[in-house]
Design a protein around this ligand. Structure first.
Ligand code: SF4
Ligand code: SF4
Length: 407
């Protein structure tokens, strides 16, 4: 066998047999990124390097278009951070160009009733996970691994079940945001939740698998599917006027935005954890944790939160965990993303020239940090929509934002 196996029941990935030229590139990619493992973990990296377009995400966008056309339903889309720095690849923009306004405009043109930002869900995850981190440190229950990457969570279940109890219990930003759409948003706008279709737009094919665990998300579509929607509907993306996200679950902080890059999840959580411990804004170094930024596979640092110091590591690729397993267990807090560079390099991103992938990832990373730098609010705890959500809803209702990863 010189190709990755794509099982018929794979809900994330598809192979068009007529297009396959049997070149073996997909297997090489999987071996170099994930190691010599037997089972697919849905990262989709093979899609990005298949030279003939034989591998694609499992497409769900046509069903989404059917719901948009059905006036009986309110169709809500929420976009992950990394889509806006990659979508331009398909429309002649420079790699990494930050196209949030045009992306929102395209989604409104397609006909979505509400367009939200998953950076809101990321801010919610940051609040919950910062709190969990502090609790675990105080109870000496370390290390803690992040849990927002479903391919990483799946990998722990397949190969390192002893790490499951070390995963953060937080659901991912997408799962949290979908839960809020089907409860908070539904109640605020007085829409029966059975009439709401929630659509997560992501750079990630693995989220299609995660959706099967947390069905508050009705559909997951990738950046590459959004491009197909725009092209099939004849929308002139390049000349769209910029629009803003809708309110309520609309906007996240800079911390929520950098969730899309390796090291960003950890940096944002530490900004908020510092505040939660000390009741004061974190020092400037928490706003440019350069030691854990960039596209390297493993990045390490020690951070001082006054009450305690933490040894931290941000890791890309599950093979990096395998190769550094014993060492990583000596850290306090470890972020793991299956894709090189984090979600900006996800398998649902547009297909680009294979030889340029590394450079394109770097441009996307730069673009995300530049956007964080320009944002007025860089901390999740200062996001007014997050404050409102806790005050008016989360603190008064039972909403399941956590999981024990047994589902
Ligand atoms: S990379 Fe694409 S063309 Fe090559 S073997 Fe894999 S599926 Fe076939
Ligand atoms: S790193 Fe991001 S894009 Fe890649 S599998 Fe994990 S969540 Fe999906």
């Amino acid at each position: 066998m010189n190709r990755v196996e794509v099982k018929k029941d794979n809900i994330c990935l598809n192979r068009i047999e007529e297009k396959c030229i049997n070149c073996g590139m997909c297997l090489k990619t999987c071996q170099s990124i994930n190691g010599f493992e037997k089972d697919c973990i849905n990262c989709g990296q093979c899609i990005l390097t298949c030279p003939s377009g034989a591998l694609t995400p499992k497409y769900d966008y046509r069903e989404v278009l059917n719901y948009i056309a059905d006036t009986d339903y309110t169709v809500v889309v929420f976009s992950a951070p990394a889509v806006r720095v990659a979508i331009g690849d398909a429309f002649g923009f420079k790699p990494g160009e930050f196209l949030e306004g045009k992306m929102v405009s395209a989604l409104k043109n397609i006909g979505f009733d509400y367009v939200f930002d998953t950076t809101f869900g990321a801010d919610l995850t940051i609040m919950e996970e910062a709190n969990e981190l502090i609790t675990r440190v105080r109870k000496h229950n370390m290390p803690m691994f992040t849990s927002c990457c479903p391919s990483w969570v799946l990998y722990t279940h397949k190969y390192y079940p002893e790490l499951i109890s070390k995963l953060s219990t937080c659901k991912s930003p997408i799962a949290m945001q979908a839960a809020m759409i089907k409860s908070y948003f539904a109640e605020m706008y007085e829409i029966p939740k059975e009439k709401i279709i929630s659509v997560s737009l992501t750079p990630c094919i693995s989220k299609k698998y995660e959706r099967s665990l947390y069905p508050d998300t009705d559909f997951v579509i990738t950046t590459s599917e959004l491009i197909l929607m725009i092209q099939e509907l004849g929308i002139d993306f390049k000349n769209l006027e910029e629009k803003e996200f809708d309110k309520l679950l609309g906007k996240g902080s800079g911390g929520g935005l950098i969730f899309g890059v390796s090291g960003g999840v950890m940096e944002s959580i530490l900004r908020t954890a510092y505040y939660m411990v000390n009741k004061e804004k974190a020092p400037q170094e928490f706003y440019e944790l350069t030691a854990i930024r960039g596209a390297k596979d493993i990045k390490e640092a020690t951070v001082d939160l006054k009450e305690f110091t933490l040894k931290i590591a941000a890791v890309s690729k599950v093979s990096t965990v395998r190769d550094n397993y014993t060492k990583l267990l000596n850290y306090d807090f470890i972020e793991v993303m299956a894709c090189p560079g984090g979600c900006i390099g996800g398998g649902g991103q547009p297909l680009v020239a294979i030889k340029d992938l590394g450079e394109i990832r770097e441009k996307r990373i730069e673009s995300m940090y530049a956007a964080d730098n320009n944002m007025e609010i860089k901390e999740s705890y200062l996001n007014p929509e997050i404050q409102d959500a806790y005050d008016s809803y989360i603190n008064k209702n039972t909403i399941k934002l956590h999981t024990n990863h047994d589902e």
